[in-house]
Design a binder for this molecule. Structure first.
Ligand SMILES: [Zn+2]
Ligand SMILES: [Zn+2]
Length: 345
């Protein structure tokens, strides 16, 4: 089967790989139909995020069940499913203390990072990681389940109130999905991006009562003209670090979800004295079923968030659309795409 394989930074290629086989009675063989291109994939390809050499990339995916192990009772051949790619063992210290997204086996089991992913035709996983799709949900739309689940995990760490004054930095897929995750809890706010093109798309698909701004200052002035302070800042860009702490109200939250290296300093006394919270969040933890529900019930405009689809063979063009030029080895912020999906037919 044709697979998008990562070798080293800027060295990825389509290669023939053997089809994976079911080896345990609780496993299911899925024919992959669609996989979203994630910021993590761009990070891996550009050498900014570590992945194991020679693995197949891809982790936000959906497909059709083509074979089930003898002990699988909840799924049958022909079922359309979305895949929760966050494997966890359930036995290690992290799993037994409610931190399955940090399972100690992650260094060898993380789909599309440390174990073979879904930018290919077939994938084997356990039945517990599969969720059936309603007929009206397309495979492409279903690929948003995993990233949405990560956003829901992020906001579960905040004691949210509907009247939180909120700013999201970055109008990419993560920023847009955060706006919908927050809107589902009654929160409204502003989305900031420096790209006019992206703001244009974001403005058209943002949740009700959310608006868009081309600078953080503009959003602050709009939300809090008198004191320039807000209760929650979600930074999906990884660019601001703790420089925005002074714009948090007492007890406010800074949520950091942009995977980007950097050094940021802050005054610990300010954090203590003003009860500020700096929170990081990665992957999903106990929220996949809710994300699945939200997509099935059209609580997020999945089809509008997907601005481009490509065939797997056209992966270079797909990555290019997101600003990742594989042949020249350059990564620049893209301005006219939100979510890009690769489809295998
Ligand atoms: Zn992802
Ligand atoms: Zn574990």
């Amino acid at each position: 089967m044709l697979s998008l394989v990562y070798k080293s930074a800027w060295d990825v290629a389509l290669e023939e790989r053997p089809q994976p086989q079911i080896t345990q009675e609780n496993q299911v063989l899925v024919r992959i139909h669609a996989t979203g291109v994630c910021g993590t994939d761009l990070g891996i390809v550009s050498g900014k995020y570590h992945a194991k050499s020679s693995i197949i990339l891809g982790h936000e995916s959906a497909g059709e069940v083509v074979q089930v192990g003898d002990r699988v009772t909840t799924l049958q051949v022909g079922d359309r499913v979305v895949i929760d790619p966050t494997y966890y063992c359930g036995q290690c210290n992290m799993c037994r203390t409610g931190r399955q997204n940090h399972c100690l086996h992650k260094s060898t089991t993380e789909t599309g990072v440390s174990s073979d992913g879904t930018f290919t035709d077939y994938y084997v996983t356990e039945d517990r990681f599969l969720y059936k799709l309603a007929d009206h949900v397309s495979y492409a739309e279903a690929t948003l389940t995993e990233p949405l689940s990560c956003m829901l995990t992020g906001i579960n760490q905040i004691q949210l109130l509907p009247n939180f004054r909120t700013i999201i930095l970055g109008a990419g897929p993560i920023g847009m999905l955060y706006s919908y995750a927050l809107a589902s809890k009654g929160v409204s706010g502003s989305i900031v991006d420096i790209s006019q093109d992206r703001l244009h798309i974001a403005g058209a698909i943002a949740p009700e009562r959310w608006d868009t701004h081309n600078s953080f200052e503009s959003a602050l002035t709009h939300i809090s003209p008198s004191d320039h302070q807000v209760d929650l800042i979600v930074d999906t860009t990884g660019a601001v670090g703790t420089t925005v702490l002074s714009n948090l109200a007492h007890g406010g939250y800074l949520m950091l979800v942009g995977l980007r290296d950097g050094v940021s300093s802050f005054n610990p006394k300010e954090v203590v004295d003003r009860s500020l919270k700096i929170i990081g969040s990665i992957d999903s933890l106990g929220t996949f079923a809710t994300a699945h529900y939200m997509i099935e019930r059209n609580l997020i405009p999945a089809s509008k968030l997907i601005t481009h689809t490509f065939a797997l063979q056209d992966y270079e063009e797909a990555f290019q659309t997101l600003g990742c030029n594989i042949s020249s080895g350059t990564l620049t912020p893209s301005s006219n795409a939100i979510k890009v999906v690769l489809q295998s037919t």
